[in-house]
Design a binder for this molecule. Structure first.
Ligand SMILES: NC(=O)c1ccc[n+]([C@@H]2O[C@H](COP(=O)([O-])OP(=O)(O)OC[C@H]3O[C@@H](n4cnc5c(N)ncnc54)[C@H](OP(=O)(O)O)[C@@H]3O)[C@@H](O)[C@H]2O)c1
Length: 332
């Protein structure tokens, strides 16, 4: 099969098309003929050498794919209600930038009715991450307020739409007025340009001084202290990335007085059973929202993976330029 290799750590050009042996599905797994592969920021970090591959995972980048089932563990397929030929999208721990990809059956979901393979490939990584962090760890409830840092990111556009569809008020931050506008169009109630306004002040004003119930943070660093300041009583801060650094000095008094919870997680190294439980919850609670059109994939651009040079390099360069709104997808 053709695949995109990280030939050495470095700039986007280290991503090159290579020939690799076809992977084979083992127990509890299926093999997908990949039509499209989603691109995520963790792929960029992996390419730069900042995100080690978990033990047992493919060294090829790519955490999500969509395409057709070509073979698999017959019992696992039957138990999950899948057949060879079905179109699925899958969360994988690596190996997504390839024409063929093995995935645990438990981490596969049907392509939601009405959406293309490109759109379906853009879903798993952000939908699993948002469900697990905002709704499970962060326990966001209907009627509560969610502050999303980086509202126009792949993660952000997913979090805005699911939180709105499930009855929360959504405030986002983004780094330009255009990005703020895009977040409002997706349903966010308020968007704060973090380069020109202080999100702590604005979030407090917008909530009548009460503060927000949940923060989804992909920045960390000095943001953590500011987020602690703008959380409401019993508020929850969920950290999913540390783009602004790993250290922060917080006012611990606020944590006690307001009974705050500070938590976080990374999805990739978690076991199949954990990811399978998220897949079940998504199928029950979120797939109907995709099928009704209440929640939509947001595709910024697509690139042909097997081109010469590979579109994967252009896709990564775009992601690093931070010009995108929503998701970037590779096609095969
Ligand atoms: N923990 C997990 O399981 C997990 C899983 C998947 C992804 N992630 C992380 O989640 C983040 C988003 O991933 P993605 O694939 O959606 O990437 P992406 O589309 O490239 O988004 C990165 C976002 O970070 C925002 N950002 C950077 N500095 C900011 C700041 N100071 N204030 C507010 N926003 C800021 C950018 O916003 P502007 O362009 O507006 O500045 C951009 O929207 C990445 O850091 C990724 O590593 C974590």
């Amino acid at each position: 099969m053709k695949a995109i290799e990280i030939t050495s750590y470095g700039a986007p050009e280290v991503l090159r098309v290579a020939a690799r042996p076809d992977p084979v599905a083992g127990e509890g797994e299926l093999l997908i003929r990949v039509a499209a592969s989603g691109v995520n920021r963790p792929d960029v970090l992996q390419r730069m050498g900042h995100y080690p591959v978990p033990p047992g995972a493919s060294d090829l980048p790519g955490l999500e794919v969509a395409g057709e089932i070509v073979s698999g563990d017959a019992k696992a397929l039957a138990d999950a209600g899948f057949q060879v030929g079905d179109r699925v999208c899958a969360l994988v721990a690596g190996g997504g930038y390839a024409e063929l990809c093995v995935a645990p059956v438990a981490q596969c979901l049907p392509v939601p009715k009405g959406w293309s393979d490109v759109e379906a490939a853009s879903l798993p990584e952000t939908f699993f991450t948002v469900w697990s962090n905002v709704f499970e760890r962060g326990r966001l409830q209907k009627g509560e307020t969610l502050l999303i840092q980086g509202g126009s990111s792949g993660i952000g556009v997913t979090a805005i739409q699911i939180a709105k569809a499930l009855g929360a008020t959504v405030i986002v931050t983004a780094g330009s007025d255009d990005k703020c506008e895009a977040c409002l169009k997706l349903g966010a109630d308020h968007a704060i340009n973090y380069r020109t306004s202080d999100f702590v002040e604005v979030a407090k004003q917008l909530t009548g001084g009460k503060g927000v119930d949940v923060v989804l943070d992909m920045v960390a660093g000095d943001y953590v202290a500011r987020e602690v300041e703008c959380l409401a009583e019993d508020g929850r801060l969920v950290i999913i990335a540390v783009q602004g650094g790993v250290k922060s000095e917080i006012n611990a008094g606020l944590v006690l007085r307001r009974r705050l919870t500070i938590t976080g997680s990374t999805l990739r190294p978690r076991p199949v059973a954990f990811k399978g439980a998220i897949a079940k919850a998504l199928r029950e609670k979120v797939w109907p929202l995709l099928e009704s059109g209440a929640v939509k994939p947001v595709i910024h651009s697509t690139y042909a993976a097997a081109g010469e040079p590979s579109g994967a390099a252009q896709a990564h360069a775009l992601m690093e330029s931070n010009q995108h709104i929503g998701k970037i997808v590779l096609t095969w």
